[in-house]
Design a protein around this ligand. Structure first.
Ligand SMILES: [Zn+2]
Length: 72
């Protein structure tokens, strides 16, 4: 009987960075954010992607009235 040792992937390969300002997941590349947004939007509904002025990464948000100031 031979057993093959399975190597566990290193956790450090993927860094999970959360924005200190918004607490949201940071996406370093726009394409990454798009990929996740498309996947999640099937269940969670339409998601928007925006560049965070605080951390400079991309975030996803559910906000509907994007770019439109609330009417008073
Ligand atoms: Zn941020």
């Amino acid at each position: 009987m031979t057993k093959r040792h399975r190597r566990k992937p290193k956790k450090s390969a993927v860094e999970r960075v959360l924005c200190s300002e918004t607490g949201k997941r940071e996406y370093e590349h726009y394409d990454d954010a798009v990929h996740v947004a498309l996947k999640r939007s099937r269940r969670a509904g339409p998601l928007r992607i925006y560049e965070c002025p605080s951390c400079g990464s991309w975030h996803l948000t559910k906000r509907r009235n994007w770019g439109r100031p609330p009417a008073t």
